[in-house]
Design a protein. Structure first.
Length: 297
């Protein structure tokens, strides 16, 4: 019970932090600042406009329950539960634009996704995933075709769990805690009224060393992904499906969000079923429901 209260208090603290910060800045007056450059940068500070923007959904999900217990791969130090919390922080930064004269924009992004076993003794993090990216987005003004294409994205990315290589450590019986992949992907975005469709092709970097930590990962992650995002009044629904046609393995994820406090926070619910929920258990088929609060969509 105490741990649940801690997570709830942390959620509420985060919810109020932005408004408290805004209130602290609200009485600052820059009208009489004579140095133009100082005035411009103070205005940016007041507007929180230094370039960082949400990328993927940023959320804190205090409660998630899976259909089975998670396996502890760290020599059985802790017996994991099937209940846990999830935290995701995802930001992007625009770095260049229109270098090719196509009105394209270039970005750097960073996403960290943590799985927190808060309901067991000592509350360890089961896994944290680190996912930096560099990508470019080309706008498309398609008004004639039935596809209604809106943009094309090309990205280079890395994902890993930051764990040491244990493949040759006798105590781990050949299991390697380290999991990682370097990959490229491209996404074509379509729009039909309030329905956004993202069609993605993904491929790992060539060479055997790239997937040496997890050589069969692509059998479970897959090379193709489709995501559908639908807006209905204030509600937002999404459905993601990805997989490998050859192995017939993949995953499905559905989310729902609804504004709670002046569009600064959202009720967020997620259902995941399939493989690669996390890298450490990429070949473990998991079905899980999670609920909490998101701070971006």
């Amino acid at each position: 019970m105490i741990k649940i209260l801690i997570v709830l208090v942390a959620s509420m603290t985060f919810l109020y932090a932005v408004e408290v910060l805004d209130a602290a800045k609200s009485k600052i007056n820059i009208d009489n600042i004579k140095n133009d450059k100082s005035k411009v940068n103070m205005q940016k500070w007041l507007n929180n406009s230094f370039g960082l923007r949400p990328y993927r959904a940023n959320y804190l999900l205090p409660f998630g329950i899976a259909n089975k217990r998670y396996e502890d791969h760290k020599l059985g130090i802790v017996r994991y539960d099937n209940k846990e919390a999830e935290i995701q922080v995802s930001l992007k930064l625009a770095v260049f634009k229109n270098l090719l004269g196509l009105h394209e924009k270039y970005y750097l992004s960073y996403t960290q996704h943590a799985f927190w076993q808060i309901y067991v003794y000592s509350s360890p993090f089961r896994e944290s995933l680190y996912n930096p990216e560099g990508f470019v987005v080309f706008p498309i003004n398609d008004v004639e075709s039935i596809f209604h294409m809106r943009s094309f994205k090309f990205a280079i990315a890395h994902m890993s769990n930051g764990q040491p290589n244990t493949a040759n450590v006798p105590e781990f019986n050949g299991f390697n805690l380290s999991k990682s992949i370097n990959y490229i992907y491209s996404t074509l975005r379509l729009q039909h009224d309030t329905l956004i469709t993202d069609l993605t092709l993904l491929a790992p970097f060539p060479g055997p060393d790239n997937l040496s930590d997890n050589p069969d990962l692509m059998n479970y992650l897959g090379y193709t992904k489709a995501k559908f995002t639908y807006f209905n009044n204030k509600s937002m629904y999404s459905l993601m499906v990805r997989g490998n046609i050859a192995s017939m393995k993949g995953a499905l994820e559905a989310t729902y969000s609804y504004p709670l406090r002046k569009d600064k926070s959202y009720l967020y619910m997620k259902i995941f079923t399939g493989y690669v929920e996390s890298l450490i258990d990429y070949n473990n088929n998991i079905t899980k429901f999670s609920i909490g609060v998101s701070f971006s969509r």
